[in-house]
Ligand binder design. Structure first.
Ligand code: G1P
Length: 274
């Protein structure tokens, strides 16, 4: 039912300079795999086959990564290295990759709006922010859990986690009524509130399922926090009609948009691989 996943990936990744001067932050590797590939694998596991990326200038490496490299294939043919391309080859063979550019950095809401031409307006779709790396070693990936939830509730869903009060200003924050264990009917959401003004400590992480009516709402959403068009503000319009669910997912999430989270993820995956 949900076959398309949007990957907003136009940001500059300034926290990783100089590494991200000429390389997209989404291509930073955790061990040997770029961040965006973890996201695409999570989306594929959830049943998506159309991977739609919002890119920007200087992001061509992403497009090349999800394409065949004939020279490289030729070089490593019949060597043990071929194995290292197994996962990416499978993705290339089974998914369609589409791209459009966000020409100006006008916020996550605007980036998602740019994705309208890629995902269309007739079906719900998923959104993955690749620098939020999610892993669940005990069962379904986070997006798969959300797709299952969508089948029951048929409305927009945001993944949430509890964060310490002192960190709420880094996130979109929701408040709501717990209608089932770990499932909240959202009644308020605020983008990066001051720590003492946040409606709760339930923070949105980079996994969304959005119904296509969001596009018309984004169009009418005024710039909010930091002068950017925020998806959190657009979703609030839906939440007021009782049409957004917050889901406390099972699994771990690493904030790979920060150096600390990136190192933590690297150590975690290294230990997992031993
Ligand atoms: C974005 C969203 C924010 C969300 C966060 C999760 O912010 O705007 O609501 O909590 O992703 O990572 P960013 O981290 O891109 O500033």
């Amino acid at each position: 039912m949900i076959t398309k996943c949007l990957f907003p990936a136009a940001g500059y990744g300034t926290r990783f300079l100089p590494a991200t001067k000429a390389m997209p932050k989404e291509m930073l590797p955790i061990l040997t795999k770029p961040l965006i590939q973890y996201g695409v694998e999570e989306a594929a596991e959830a049943g998506c086959s159309i991977m739609a990326t919002i890119t920007g200038r200087g992001k061509r490496a992403i497009t090349d990564h999800f394409d065949i490299s004939y020279e490289l294939e030729h070089q490593i043919k019949d060597t043990s290295k071929e194995d290292m391309l197994k996962e990416i080859r499978k993705l290339i063979a089974t998914c369609t990759f589409t791209y459009t550019r966000q020409n100006e950095m006008k916020g996550l809401g605007d980036a998602i709006y740019k994705g309208k031409s890629l995902v269309g307006e007739s079906d719900p779709f998923a959104v993955i922010l690749a620098d939020d790396l999610c892993v669940n070693t005990k069962g379904d990936g986070v997006l798969t859990q959300m797709v299952k939830l969508y089948k029951k509730y048929k409305c927009s869903i945001v993944a949430i986690m509890e964060v310490p009060k002192k960190d709420v200003h880094k996130y979109g924050v929701i408040s709501g009524r717990e209608i089932e264990k770990n499932i909240f009917m959202v009644d308020d959401m605020v983008e990066k509130p001051d720590n003492d003004k946040a409606p709760s400590n339930l923070a949105i992480i980079g996994r969304y399922i959005l119904t296509p009516d969001i596009f018309d709402i984004i169009k009418d959403t005024k710039p909010g926090k930091n002068g950017e068009i925020q998806i959190t503000d657009a979703l609030l319009t839906l939440a007021k009609k009782g049409m957004v669910i917050g889901y406390k997912y099972e699994g771990k999430r690493f904030d790979c948009g920060s150096v600390d989270g990136y190192v933590e993820a690297t150590n975690y995956f290294y230990n997992l691989s031993k």
